[in-house]
Design a protein around this ligand. Structure first.
Ligand SMILES: C[S@@+](CC[C@H](N)C(=O)[O-])C[C@H]1O[C@@H](n2cnc3c(N)ncnc32)[C@H](O)[C@@H]1O
Length: 264
């Protein structure tokens, strides 16, 4: 039998949805708009097609590189991976396969994403607003992952164990440049130095910063998914995007990501 409910120390009970996630926001609300089910499905198609496979490899490499340093912590059954703004839980699930004894928590506003995140047997998927104090004990997380999601830096520092890793992935300068030059995507995200300034008060300087750069072949449908899975998905129609990309003959996209790592 799967998860039934969670109870907080003050006695509140939060029932699990049929699909396995738990909505800790019930009754609280949030002013942020969650990604829609259609946007999450577009993201899932992009991830299943392997567009971000190079990122998955880099994240696994980072974790494996960290194993000898913290072998005991990682081997412990209590090792905890936290994915903030997890979406479908794609990267969290892959990292959990690297450390079979670890458990994961996926936080997101989008219940469409959390339904998918909850499918992994060692993932607890929680509907939560990242701008609220995180529903985790201080010094409880071994690895914190934030891929293209909002960053509550002070809370990240609070929940990360001393010696734990915070891994933040942001778009690089030429990320999806083909779609941006076609006017389909806004220039995304922050520059790397802005991210470093944002993290510095709580984490100091990054321990490591690497770039993932690949050229990935796409058809018009997949290119439309890449546009639709981001903020543009709130405003655009998928079919119209696809037709427009077909006319522009976009057949390849550049994936260019900055992967930065801080030690708690
Ligand atoms: C660009 S997506 C990235 C999803 C996932 N990390 C990935 O790379 O596949 C950003 C995610 O952050 C979530 N998100 C945005 N604002 C949030 C907030 N205030 N609290 C929790 N999640 C939020 C969205 O619902 C979305 O799933």
């Amino acid at each position: 039998m799967g998860l039934q409910a969670l109870r907080c120390p003050s006695g509140h009970r939060f029932d699990a949805a049929r699909q396995g996630y738990v909505n800790l926001l019930s009754g609280r609300g949030t002013r942020f708009t969650a990604d829609s089910a259609q946007m999450i499905m577009a993201r899932e198609r992009v991830q299943d097609a392997g567009v971000f496979a190079a990122l998955s490899e880099e994240l696994a490499r980072i974790l494996i590189q960290d194993l000898p340093q913290r072998g005991t912590a990682w081997a412990a059954e209590s090792a905890l991976l936290l994915d903030c703004g997890a979406g479908t839980g794609h990267y969290l699930h892959q990292l959990l396969e690297v450390i079979p004894s670890a458990h994961g928590i996926a936080l997101d506003l989008s219940t469409a994403g959390l339904k998918r995140a909850a499918r992994h047997p060692r993932t607890l998927a929680l509907a939560w607003d990242l701008w609220q104090p995180l529903p985790l004990a201080s010094d409880s997380v071994d690895l914190l992952l934030d891929v293209f999601a909002p960053r509550n830096v002070a809370e990240y520092a609070r929940v990360l164990r001393p010696g734990g890793l915070a891994v933040v992935v942001t778009p690089g300068d030429s990320h999806l440049i083909e779609l941006r030059s076609a006017g389909m995507l806004e220039v995304q995200g922050q520059k790397l130095h802005q991210l470093q300034e944002q993290m510095a008060p709580s984490f100091g300087a990054p321990e490591q910063s690497t770039q993932v750069t690949t050229a990935v072949p796409v058809d018009a449908g997949l290119a439309a998914d890449l546009v639709f899975m981001g903020p543009a998905g709130h405003h655009h129609d998928h079919d119209t995007l696809r037709e427009s990309l077909l006319a522009r003959e976009v057949s390849q996209v550049t994936v260019h990501l900055d992967v930065s790592l801080w030690r708690g």
